[in-house]
Design a protein around this ligand. Structure first.
Ligand code: GAP
Length: 516
């Protein structure tokens, strides 16, 4: 495989199932409740997964909140006032369609059942799903029994607040973090002195009682979202001061129009052309699509495996005017959504104004405005899948996880070449200093080759080795995971050199350049 292919492609044939086994073996993720047989749709983060999660969340926060002056972060509660979900439309409309086998009682998500049989579902309506099941004579995959009619199923988990389990104490676990932003909108404008346009960001848990969770971390019942609601005056949807910075960016776009013509492949088009041709409704929406792609690429997701697909009309959520999914090309599974970017208009704020009686306007140019919202909404676990599939390489039996140092769970490995006391003492001395600043591991067990191999598959970007020469000239080697190249560095310069390497990583290291 050429350098270019290694840079852009994926040098493996890993399935989601293979990735799940790899991740469990290395301590990234474990099925939750495994000792009791597991609970479908729930995963626990192991030591490496917990670090990876923290790093991605931190980087998202840094990229979209800390380094900007127009986005503020909040952290809302998981259970909130139940009227929130009536106002938002989730109680009424947050549904999928379920079919139940009349013979064995197995339950299926109707559209998934059809798609698994290769039956195209043009729209998600009760009538269409019923018609397709009848037309194709679909029966229960488990017992071949007759299926009942599809029925709407609300995905929200319910609970009770307080000791009484009554209709009055019924509450919901949030199915999206977004609504906490809308219900705090008034608090933010009253306390933070914000002016349009501005955004409010939040990450945290979301819960959906998915009918058929599947695909390892892809469709979970408990997952994490990273969401921004970016508020814009509806008369100024094209007044985006950052637009010029991104308008030349080329994206792979599959518009609704193209899908309605039966096309399944996207086209390469610049952001500017997509806006000028009316494919993306406004410049603010286009800007947030570009920013999302740039962030994904900055954490190592491969550019050529990302595309932007517009929702067709029947797919649009109840609140959306226009939605684009950022999709990742998964091996075997194909293009799948990892982020949704919607224009939610003023739907949510107006609904909360109506249901709460609280004013949801802000003044802009002396006029009362209920802003429109552009919403980039990432699912953390799906971003993790895209990162892992982009980083994983298997060449001649050597497994390498080429994670970017800024998100790698472990940044540095420190090893004595041999386990003689002098080597061990020096290596531990270096380890103790480095771990103050970098997440560092120390290992002395097994041959140096095995230790390097273990570090490579855990995604450790560099390893420091104390060898015989260390005792002659106070130098150690730094070994690069992706190239296996080594350089010698004076111990007194080690911290500076590591800082420089990580800062200049994109220039120094060729991702996935694995010598065979
Ligand atoms: N606030 C908008 C919203 O929630 P969504 O498309 O339903 O929109 C946004 O969800 C993102 O959340 C998706 O792009 C996906 O990455 C993630 N997500 C949604 N459902 C999920 C599930 N069951 N398991 C894992 N991630 C999920």
């Amino acid at each position: 495989m050429s350098r270019e292919e290694l840079k852009n492609g994926i040098a493996h044939k890993l399935t989601l199932q293979d990735l799940a086994s790899f991740c469990a073996r290395l301590g990234f993720f474990y099925p939750s409740g495994r000792i009791y047989g597991g609970l479908s749709g729930f995963y626990d983060y192991g030591p490496l997964g917990a670090e990876l999660r923290r790093e991605i969340l931190n980087d998202w926060w840094w990229y979209f909140v800390e380094r900007r002056d127009d986005v503020l972060g909040i952290h809302g509660s998981i259970i909130t006032h139940p009227r929130t979900w009536i106002a938002s439309g989730h109680v009424e409309s947050f549904i999928d369609f379920i079919v139940t086998c009349k013979k064995c009682g197995s339950e299926y998500r109707a559209d998934h059942l059809l798609e698994d049989l290769g039956i195209h579902v043009p729209e998600l309506t009760l009538e269409t799903l019923s018609k397709l099941i009848k037309e194709h004579g679909v029966r229960c995959p488990k017992c071949k029994g007759e299926l009942g009619d599809p029925a709407p199923f609300n995905l929200m988990f319910t609970t009770y607040v307080g000791p009484k389990k009554t209709a009055a104490s019924l509450a919901y676990l949030r199915p999206e973090t977004a609504q906490l932003i809308f219900t705090n909108f008034r608090n933010i404008i009253m306390t933070m002195g914000v002016k349009l346009p501005f955004g409010i960001a939040q990450y945290g848990k979301a819960f959906r009682n998915e009918i058929s969770p599947r695909g390892f971390l892809f469709r979970l019942r408990e997952f994490e979202q990273m969401e921004i609601e970016y508020f814009v005056n509806p008369k100024k949807l094209d007044d985006c001061p950052y637009y010029d910075e991104v308008k030349g960016m080329e994206i792979n776009l599959l518009s609704a129009e193209m899908q309605e013509r039966g096309e399944r492949e996207g086209v390469k088009i610049t952001i500017e052309d997509a806006v000028d041709k009316g494919l993306i409704g406004c410049k603010w929406h286009a800007y947030w699509i570009a920013e999302s792609l740039l962030w994904l690429e900055s954490i190592g997701v491969k550019h050529n495996r990302l595309r932007v697909r517009e929702h067709i009309k029947t797919e649009l959520a109840h609140y959306a005017v226009q939605t684009f999914d950022v999709e990742f090309l998964f091996p075997q599974a194909g293009w799948k959504e990892i982020e949704g970017i919607s224009n939610r208009s003023d739907y949510d704020l107006k609904r909360h104004q109506k249901y709460s009686g609280e004013e949801m306007h802000i003044y802009d140019d002396g006029e009362k405005v209920i802003p429109y919202v552009i919403e980039p909404s990432f699912g953390l676990e799906r971003v993790i899948l895209a990162v892992l599939f982009s980083a994983y390489n298997e060449i001649k039996g050597r497994r390498v996880l080429s994670l970017h140092p800024k998100i790698a769970p472990v940044k540095v490995g420190v090893f004595p070449l041999v386990s003689k006391p002098q080597f061990v003492e020096k290596a531990r001395e270096i380890y103790t200093i480095l771990r103050e600043e970098f997440k560092t591991i120390y290992e002395a067990k097994d041959s140096i080759g095995r230790r390097y191999a273990r570090a490579d598959e855990r995604g450790v970007p560099i390893c420091i080795t104390v060898d015989g020469r260390t005792f002659e000239d106070d130098t150690v080697t730094i070994r690069f995971r992706d190239t296996r190249e080594q350089i010698r560095v004076h111990i007194s310069e080690l911290e500076n050199e590591i800082r420089r390497i990580f800062k200049e990583w994109d220039k120094i290291a060729l991702p996935c350049q694995v010598s065979t």
